[in-house]
Design a protein around this ligand. Structure first.
Ligand SMILES: [Zn+2]
Ligand SMILES: [Zn+2]
Length: 422
């Protein structure tokens, strides 16, 4: 019997984990420059958290969640996204009672039962940031700048940032009515989901993934034209702040997030040239969410970046290689009676903070040199009869092939010198 990984999941083998670690390092560094701190929440939650926090009637909740009963018949769900858990934790630990804004970030696996394709998995990984307790448009700008800084630091300067405002419940009231009036005459052309939801929440039709729904409602009124004065002012400040900071964006009045607790700023970032799944991240303000989940009236804003998409972009555009070596120093033992002293030297090197390894398969001297080259070692220490008899070590620089003799005492210092000039 041969068991394979479930459809839509992927093993990340060491050849790729190096790329992941690189991306994660760059992202965390940027996020911490901006003063966000890491939070770790459970991978599964009570199902009702996502029913309220992601929204009943969304594709995620109605079609994509991994929901199961545990042995006590509680309904649990593998998290399909990160924001709801952060909001739950903010409320559960009364974090809002401390210093505001609360600036958190998270990273980890998310789960959605969706049709797998390039850049889309059933277990996928996200990095997200959330800021709670401020409605300042400059915080919106900061969050977007952070997302753009992350992409730049990764080498993805050729991004396309789509920006819109979805207003507040006040400006949406009149807008919903106008949208319903536009959709009503063509309602028979909508998909079954939209036929049900357009009366209750017509914005969801704009979100629908079914192409014929978009064709049916062509020429629909956009929320942007219905913004109240406060929302117009908020959006204008976000745009000015982005322009002042040199962030290029496209005002996209078709970008909406169809749920009531999403407010004001909405954004999505694409990397052109990486195929159909070009959105690497997105986010927005969700001033109604904390209250929706039983907390105080606390504004919030955040974004999430998809790790697989970022990796796809870096790979497709040839920005990232897998050339990083696994070790710096390899010890080649020419005679197996020197295995024990070799192990001792190996551990001295490792204790000095240098990545090092030796052979454990009884390879010939020549094969050990080949292996050292393949794993990307910069230096090889040769331990043979001559070395042991005369009490020195031969250090071979794998780049310029130079060899020198060093004593035990000089070894660490010499390795560090050579590596520093590299
Ligand atoms: Zn408004
Ligand atoms: Zn539809």
């Amino acid at each position: 019997m041969q068991v394979k990984a479930p459809r839509g999941t992927a093993d990340i083998l060491p050849v790729n984990t190096r790329k992941w670690q690189h991306i994660e390092r760059v992202i965390k560094e940027q996020i911490e420059f901006f003063g966000y701190q890491e939070v770790r929440t459970p991978i599964f939650e009570h199902t009702e958290l996502f029913l309220h926090g992601v929204g009943q009637g969304t594709d995620i909740v109605s079609k994509e969640m991994y929901t199961f009963n545990d042995r006590s018949e509680r309904s649990l769900t593998l998290r399909p996204e990160g924001t709801a858990s952060c909001v739950r934790a903010i409320i559960e630990h009364s974090v809002y009672g401390g210093v505001l804004p609360v600036k958190w970030y998270y990273t980890g696996a998310m789960f959605r039962y969706d049709r797998p394709q390039a850049g889309r998995y059933r277990q996928f990984h996200q990095v997200g940031v959330e800021a709670f307790g401020s409605n300042s448009p400059y915080l919106d700008a900061e969050i977007i700048i952070l997302m753009v800084e992350i992409l730049s630091a990764l080498g993805l300067q050729a991004y396309e940032l789509h920006l819109n405002s979805v207003g507040c419940p006040l400006c949406r009231q009149s807008y919903r009515q106008r949208l319903i009036e536009h959709i009503d005459p063509v309602k028979d052309k909508l998909c079954p989901d939209c036929q049900i939801r357009y009366l209750q929440n017509p914005l969801r039709v704009l979100d629908c993934k079914v192409v014929s729904c978009h064709e049916a409602i062509a020429g629909y009124p956009v929320i942007y034209d219905s913004l109240c004065p406060d929302c117009q002012e908020h959006y204008a400040r976000v745009r000015t702040a982005l322009e002042d900071n040199g962030v290029k964006y496209l005002h996209d009045d078709q970008l909406v997030r169809g749920l009531d607790y999403y407010t004001n700023t909405a954004f999505e970032i694409h990397i052109p040239g990486i195929g159909a799944q070009s959105a690497v991240g997105g986010g927005g303000r969700y001033n109604g969410l904390v209250q929706e989940l039983g907390g105080p009236n606390l504004p919030g804003i955040g974004f999430a970046l998809g790790m697989e998409r970022l990796l796809l972009a870096l790979d497709t555009l040839g920005i990232i290689g897998s050339t990083q070596s696994a070790i710096d120093v390899f010890i080649a033992v020419m005679n197996d009676q020197y295995e024990s002293p070799a192990l001792k030297i190996l551990n001295q090197i490792r204790r000095a903070g240098i990545r090092a390894d030796k052979d454990y398969t009884g390879r010939s001297g020549k094969a050990q040199m080949k292996y050292a080259d393949r794993v990307g070692a910069k230096l090889v220490i040769l331990i043979g009869d001559e070395e042991m008899a005369q009490g020195f070590l031969t250090l071979r620089n794998m780049q310029n092939k130079e060899q020198l003799r060093v004593t035990d005492e000089q070894l660490i210092k010499t390795i560090k010198q050579i590596m520093a000039t590299d």
